[in-house]
Design a protein. Structure first.
Length: 273
């Protein structure tokens, strides 16, 4: 009934206890998850997890925050995307959050390596016909600019009509509108349940239902009432419940709609490529 469109099952907090994690998912009626790759060094591990457990799918890509890791070429990304359990490319994008502290005092101008990586992932996704999983943090203007410069959402292909998803969406209505105009889906995480997330909740009320996904980003960002605990895909129904409250619907209906949206973005696309 419920689908977690973004989680990290290979992170240490979850990787050592996957049978129990999957059992909890089943008990919570979470039937599918997308286990996200964050570095090429992790790719074999996420593929192994997706191959060993029912309902788990994966992606290929390098997180924008990862440094000192292998930088894949477009050919490498495209070839890896042909793996039968890979249904997306990413997560990819830009992350300028607390740049001075985390990046040794570097400026936005010094982050060109992130922008080059992002462009490479966009081009590989178009070639492979796989949806992009977009991560953007404190970098919205550049994220949207690069997507526009790469022509995302403005071609005549099936890929351009639905090029991917902005995961863990936390932006305002203006950014939501820009992403939707390019054909992207928006995925809401446990942040939607936080008391201070009123602006985000307003966005969630306004987004067309056919463009919404839900996620946990586990093991991070556990939703209320699990906040402070290690997050798990089994908690994605709490996100659905909050979204249902905001939209005046039943949680089960949100689960069915967002699962159908997941099918439309990831599986229908992959069946046609």
């Amino acid at each position: 009934m419920f689908t977690d469109s973004h989680c990290h099952l290979t992170m240490p907090e979850l990787a050592g206890n996957l049978p129990a994690v999957c059992a909890a998912m089943t008990a919570a009626q979470v039937t599918r998850v997308l286990c996200i790759c964050t570095a090429m060094e992790e790719f074999s591990q996420v593929c192994d997890v997706a191959g060993r457990f029912d309902g788990i799918w994966t992606s290929v890509g390098v997180h924008p925050d990862q440094e000192g890791v292998h930088e894949p070429t477009q050919d490498e990304l495209t070839a890896a995307a042909a793996h039968p359990r890979v249904i997306a490319i990413g997560e990819t994008g830009l992350d300028y959050y607390q740049m001075d502290q985390r990046k040794g005092g570097r400026t936005v101008a010094d982050m060109d390596w992130q922008r080059a990586r992002f462009r490479s992932h966009i081009r590989a996704a178009r070639r492979a016909g796989k949806p992009l999983v977009i991560h953007t943090r404190a970098a919205t203007e550049d994220t949207l600019r690069i997507l526009r410069e790469e022509g995302v959402g403005h071609g005549g292909s099936a890929w351009d009509k639905a090029p991917g998803v902005f995961h863990c969406f936390t932006e305002n209505q203006t950014v939501a509108h820009a992403a939707l105009e390019m054909g992207f889906y928006l995925s809401f995480s446990g942040i939607l349940t936080f008391k201070g997330a009123r602006e985000l909740q307003d966005v969630a009320r306004a987004v067309p239902l056919e463009r919404i996904l839900i996620e946990t980003d586990a093991p991070y960002l556990a939703p209320v009432p699990m906040r402070g605990k290690i997050n798990s895909p089994a908690y994605v129904p709490y996100v659905a419940a909050k979204l249902a409250e905001l939209r005046g619907m039943a949680p089960q209906a949100i689960g069915e709609i967002t699962s159908a949206n997941f099918d439309a973005l990831f599986f229908a696309r992959n069946e046609s490529t």
